[in-house]
Write a new protein. Sequence first.
Length: 507
Amino acid sequence: MTSWKTIPADRYDVAVVGGGAAGMTAAIAAARAGARVALLERGERPGRKLLMTGNGKCNLGNRDLKPSDYYSDDMAMAASVLERFGTEETIAFFASLGLMVRERRGYLYPQSEQAAVVLDVLRYGLEQEGVKLLTQAMVREVSCFPGLAYSGAASQRNASPQRTTPSHARSEDQDIACRPRSGQETTDHGSGQGYILRLDNGSQLWAGRVVLACGGQAAPKTGSDGSGYALARLLGHQVIAPVPSLVQLHCGEKYCKALAGVRAEGTVRIYADESQRRNQMPGGSSYCQSSNGGQKGCAAPIRPIWNVGDNCIMEESGEIQLTERGISGIPVFQLSGGVNQLLAQGKKLRAELDFFPQYEAAAYEQLCCGRMDHADSKTVETFFTGMLHKKIMGVCIRQAGLSLEQDVAGADRQKLRQVFALCRRLPFTVTGSHPFDSAQVCRGGVSMREVDSQLQSRRSPGLYLAGELLHVDGRCGGYNLQWAWASGYIAGNAAGAAEKRAALNTG
Ligand SMILES: Cc1cc2nc3c(=O)[nH]c(=O)nc-3n(C[C@H](O)[C@H](O)[C@H](O)COP(=O)(O)OP(=O)(O)OC[C@H]3O[C@@H](n4cnc5c(N)ncnc54)[C@H](O)[C@@H]3O)c2cc1C
C-alpha cells in the first residue's frame, strides 16, 4: 500500500473516493473498463466495515432479491440498477476474483465464512487490475473544472489552474447545462471537464471522472462519518437527512427493565397517532365479553381485539429481543429505518408486540376461552403458566392490574381477559433508537432522483455516486452489500468506459 504522501501529484482517468465495498468494486470495474484508476481511502486500510459484516462472516447477498427489499426515493432507478447487477452478477463478480460463495436458505456467504477473505480477494483484485490504492487519503473537497482541457499539454494539467466557480454556485445558465431533465441520461462531459480532489494533508489529485463511494454515517468508526454527504453537497447535490437504520429501538415503558434479555418469536406492529385507536387498546378491551355477564367462560365474543391490522402502518415478524432500553432483533431492525424517519418528522409512534401471530382471531379466542373455563383453584401466575416466557407473562399480568400471587377464582374476569389481550398487543411507546454508532446502515443520503441509470450525477457530469451514500437502503439479509456491489460496479464501469471513450475521441 502506498501512503498518499509518498507519491507525486498525478492524474488519473477515474478517482474513486472511499475504499469500502462499493468503492473497491467501482475501482475494479473502472480498471477493467480500461481506465487508469486511483482509489482513495481515508483510513489506514480499506474495507474496515466489510470485516464487521454478518458477525465477521459477511452475508454478501441474497438469492431472494426483489425491489421490495429496498427503500429509496426513486425505487424505479434503484430497481433498475439491481436488475442489471443482481445476485448472479454478484456471484460471477466474486468468482472472477476467485471467491467461492455458499448459500444458506438463500443467504450468500463466502465459502470460508470469513469476511476477511472477501476483503482479501477484493484487495488482490485491485492489485491485479493495477488500481493505485492510496490510504490515509482523506478527501476534503472535490471541485469540477468545466474549462480544464485534459487532452492538452501535461504542463497545463500539472500547473495549478485558476479555479472556476464550484458547480453548486454556478450561474443559472451553467447550472442548467449540468442538469438534464429528469428521466434523461446525463450529457457526457467528454474530455473538456474534470475534477480536482483536495486532500486534508494539502495534496491534490486530478481525475477525468470521480466516483464518490464514501458510505453514509452508520458505524462511523469504520470511516464513514458522513463526510461524503459534504462532498456531494459541494457538487450541488441534495442530501436527504439520514437516520439510523437496522438498529434497536428505544421505548419509554418502565417494564422494559423487567423484560431485558428475553427473546421470543412474534410480530412487531407499528402504529401512528394513538388517538385514532384509543378505544381498541388492551385497556379498553372488548375481548370475549360473554353473554352470561362475564362470570365464567366466554360464550359470545362481541369484537375480539386481536383483529390487529387496524391502523397498523408497518409490521415484521421474527425473533424479537427485549432489552433494557426497548426492543431489538431482526424484525425491529427491519422496521427501524421507517420508524426513525417518522419520528424525525415529529410523528408519535407506538409498537405493539404480538406473541401469538400464528393464531387467527377466532382460534385465539377459542384458546383463551378454553383456558378461562378452567380458571379455578390456581394463582394467577399458575393459571397463565405455559403460555409465554415467564417475564413476558409477568408483565402482562401486572399491566392488566393483577398480581401473580392472587387467587385466580377471585380475580376480576375482565382483567384476566386483558392479560390474554396483552399477549397479542403488548404496547411500547417508541421514543427513538440507538445512534448511528450502533446502526448497520443509514436511511437517507443523496437523492436517487439526482443520478441517471449509470449512477452519473445529473448535477455534475463526470461525477458518479455509489453505495450507501445514495438514498437506498435494504433489509437485513445481504441486501445492503448487494446494493454496494451493484451500484459500485455500474458506476465504476460507466466511469471507466466513458473516460476511455473520451480519450479515444481526443486521441
Ligand atoms: C456491524 C455491521 C454489520 C453489517 N452486516 C451486513 C451484512 O452482513 N450484509 C449486508 O448486506 N450488509 C451489512 N452491513 C451493511 C454494509 O456493511 C454497508 O451497507 C456497506 O458496507 C456499505 O458500503 P459502502 O462502500 O457504501 O460504504 P462503507 O463500507 O461505509 O465505505 C465507505 C468508505 O469510504 C471511506 N471514506 C469516507 N469518507 C471519505 C473521504 N472523505 N475520503 C476518503 N475516504 C472516505 C471510509 O473510510 C470507508 O472506508 C453491516 C453494517 C454494519 C455496520
